[in-house]
Write a protein that binds this ligand. Structure first.
Ligand SMILES: Cc1cc2nc3c(=O)[nH]c(=O)nc-3n(C[C@H](O)[C@H](O)[C@H](O)COP(=O)(O)OP(=O)(O)OC[C@H]3O[C@@H](n4cnc5c(N)ncnc54)[C@H](O)[C@@H]3O)c2cc1C
Length: 425
C-alpha cells in the first residue's frame, strides 16, 4: 500500500503528477533544487498544447540537416562538438533512430499518448486550476509550398485523434493573421491546437496542489538515495532525509543523474532552447504561429509576444549564445516584417529533457520496486504533462487502463539487453 509519495522536481511534469496523486488521496511531498517559482524549462517554453506535433525529434534526414547547419551559429539545430563520452554516446544512439521505421513507431506512440490531452486540460479548469489558456488554434507559416507539403504529410497521422492541419495560401493565412508578411507563401491552419502561459500553468498547478495538501520543499537538491534491497526508503534533499513509500523522478534533464543515484542510469540529456519576450506591441497575433523553415514558435500571451526556438545539443548550462538569439529575431522579422531588427532582445534559455529515441520515459525504474520515472518529454513536456500524470497514477493504483498507450515509454527499453530493439532498421 502506497501512502506517502515523494516527487523530485517541481516542473510542469512533477507538479501535474503531484496534483494527480494528491487527487488520488496520497500524501505527497515535492522536492526541488531551485527556489519556488523557478522551475527550469517549464516556465521557459512556448506554451503550446500541440497534439498535432506528435513527432519525435530524431527523424529521417536529421543528420544531413545537422551537418549542413554545423557551420551556422544562428541555425535552428546545432550539435556542439564535445568529446564527453556521454554526449557522443547519446548522439550516436539518436542517429540510430533517424530512420523511417523508428520515426513511424514514435509518431504512432506519441499520437496515441496525445489522444486525451485536450480533455485533460479541460479537466484542469473544471478542477479549479487557474492558468492562462487560449483555445484559438495555430498557424504554421512557410516561405515555400514544398515545406508546407512536408509538414502536411507529417501531420496526417494525427487526424485519427481529431487534430487537423488544413492547407492555406499565403493570402488566406494573412486573412487570419494580417501581421504575416508577403514572404509567407503557404501554410497550415490547425484549429484544435491551443496555447497557455506556461508560468501561469506552473503556478496554477502548484496553488491547487497546496490546496490539496501537497508539501513543497524548495532549495533542496536531491544528492543521495537511501535504499533497502530493491526499495528506495528516502532521498537526501538539501541535507535532510525525506522518507517515502514511493518516489517519482521528474527532474527534467537532471533525471539522468538521479536515475544513476537510484541504481539505473537513463540516457536523458539536455536539448537547449532559446527565447525572448517582446512587450513592444510592434506585432499583434491571435493564434500561435510557427515560422516553419526557421523552426521558431511565436506565442501571443496576455501581456507579451513570446518567441522560442533552437535545439542545441552538447550544452547544459544557461549561457546565451547571442548568435542563436539573433537567428530567432531575424526569423521573426522575415515572417512578421513589423517586428523590428533592433534592439537585440534580452533572451532566456530552457533545457529540454531529450532521449535518444525522442520518446518520453514514463513508468517503473528497472531494478527498484518503488521508483517511477516521468521525464524525457523533449519538445512536448507541457502538452504531455497531464497524460503523464495519468499514467503514473495508474502505475501507483494498479488500475492501468492506459497500459497499452504507456508501453512505448517504459524506462525498461533502455535496459542493456533491449538496447537494440527500438532503433529498428
Ligand atoms: C525553447 C523551448 C520551447 C518549448 N516549447 C514547448 C511547447 O510549446 N510545448 C510543450 O509542450 N513543450 C515545450 N517545451 C518543452 C517543455 O518545456 C519541457 O519538455 C518541459 O518543461 C519539461 O518539464 P519537466 O517538468 O520534465 O522539467 P523541468 O521544467 O526542467 O523541471 C525539472 C525540475 O527539477 C528540478 N531538479 C533538477 N534536479 C534536481 C535535483 N537533483 N533535486 C531536486 N530537484 C531537481 C529543477 O529545479 C526543476 O524545477 C519547450 C522547451 C523549450 C526549451
Amino acid at each position: 500500500m502506497t501512502d506517502n509519495a515523494v516527487i523530485v522536481g517541481a516542473g510542469v511534469v512533477g507538479l501535474a503528477t503531484a496534483h494527480r496523486l494528491a487527487q488520488d488521496g496520497l500524501t505527497v511531498t515535492v522536492v526541488d533544487a531551485a527556489r519556488a517559482g523557478a522551475a527550469g524549462a517549464s516556465v521557459h517554453n512556448a506554451g503550446w498544447i500541440v497534439p498535432i506535433m506528435s513527432t519525435p525529434v530524431p527523424a529521417p534526414g536529421m543528420l544531413g540537416k545537422a551537418l549542413r547547419w554545423m557551420a551556422r551559429r544562428d541555425s535552428p539545430l546545432y550539435v556542439r562538438p564535445s568529446p564527453r563520452p556521454e554526449h557522443v554516446r547519446f548522439m550516436i544512439n539518436m542517429l540510430r533512430h533517424c530512420n523511417p521505421r523508428a520515426f513511424a513507431h514514435g509518431v504512432e506512440a506519441l499520437t496515441s499518448l496525445n489522444e486525451r490531452t485536450l480533455e485533460l486540460f479541460d479537466e484542469y479548469e473544471k478542477d479549479g486550476i487557474r492558468f492562462e489558456h487560449h483555445r484559438v488554434g495555430q498557424l504554421l507559416a512557410f516561405t515555400t509550398r514544398h515545406t508546407m507539403e512536408e509538414y502536411r504529410a507529417a501531420t496526417a497521422p494525427m487526424e485519427r485523434i481529431g487534430h487537423t492541419a488544413v492547407p492555406r495560401t499565403g493570402d488566406e493565412l494573412r486573412d487570419l493573421e494580417p501581421a504575416l508578411g508577403k514572404q509567407v507563401l503557404a501554410g497550415l491552419h490547425c484549429p484544435q491546437e491551443r496555447h497557455v502561459d506556461p508560468a501561469s500553468l506552473v503556478k496554477g498547478l502548484e496553488d491547487r496542489c497546496r490546496e490539496l495538501g501537497v508539501r513543497f520543499l524548495y532549495d533542496s537538491p536531491v544528492t543521495g538515495v537511501g535504499t533497502r534491497g530493491r526499495t528506495v526508503t528516502s532521498v537526501l534533499a538539501g541535507g535532510d532525509e525525506v522518507p517515502g513509500d514511493l518516489f517519482v523522478l521528474a527532474a527534467g534533464v537532471h533525471t539522468g543523474p538521479l536515475s544513476r543515484l537510484a541504481g539505473h542510469p537513463l540516457p536523458i540529456r539536455p536539448g537547449k532552447g532559446y527565447g525572448f519576450d517582446d512587450t513592444s506591441g510592434a506585432v499583434n497575433l491571435r493564434h500561435s504561429v510557427y515560422l516553419g523553415e526557421a523552426k521558431v514558435a511565436v506565442t501571443p500571451l496576455s501581456n507579451r509576444l513570446r518567441f522560442a526556438g533552437t535545439m542545441e545539443f552538447g550544452s547544459s548550462d544557461a549561457t546565451i549564445d547571442r548568435h542563436r538569439l539573433r537567428g530567432i529575431a531575424d526569423a521573426a522579422h522575415t515572417y512578421l516584417p513589423d517586428f523590428p531588427l533592433e534592439p537585440q532582445p534580452q533572451g532566456w534559455t530552457g533545457l529540454r529533457p531529450m532521449t535518444p529515441d525522442g520518446l518520453p520515459v514514463v513508468g517503473p525504474l528497472p531494478g527498484k520496486d518503488n521508483v517511477l520515472v516521468a521525464s524525457g518529454h523533449s519538445m512536448l513536456g507541457v502538452t504531455l504533462a497531464p497524460v503523464t500524470a495519468d499514467i503514473i497514477s495508474g502505475e501507483v493504483s494498479g488500475d492501468r487502463p492506459s497500459a497499452d498507450i504507456a508501453r512505448p515509454f517504459d524506462p525498461g527499453r533502455f535496459a542493456p539487453q533491449r538496447r537494440r530493439s527500438p532503433a529498428g532498421g
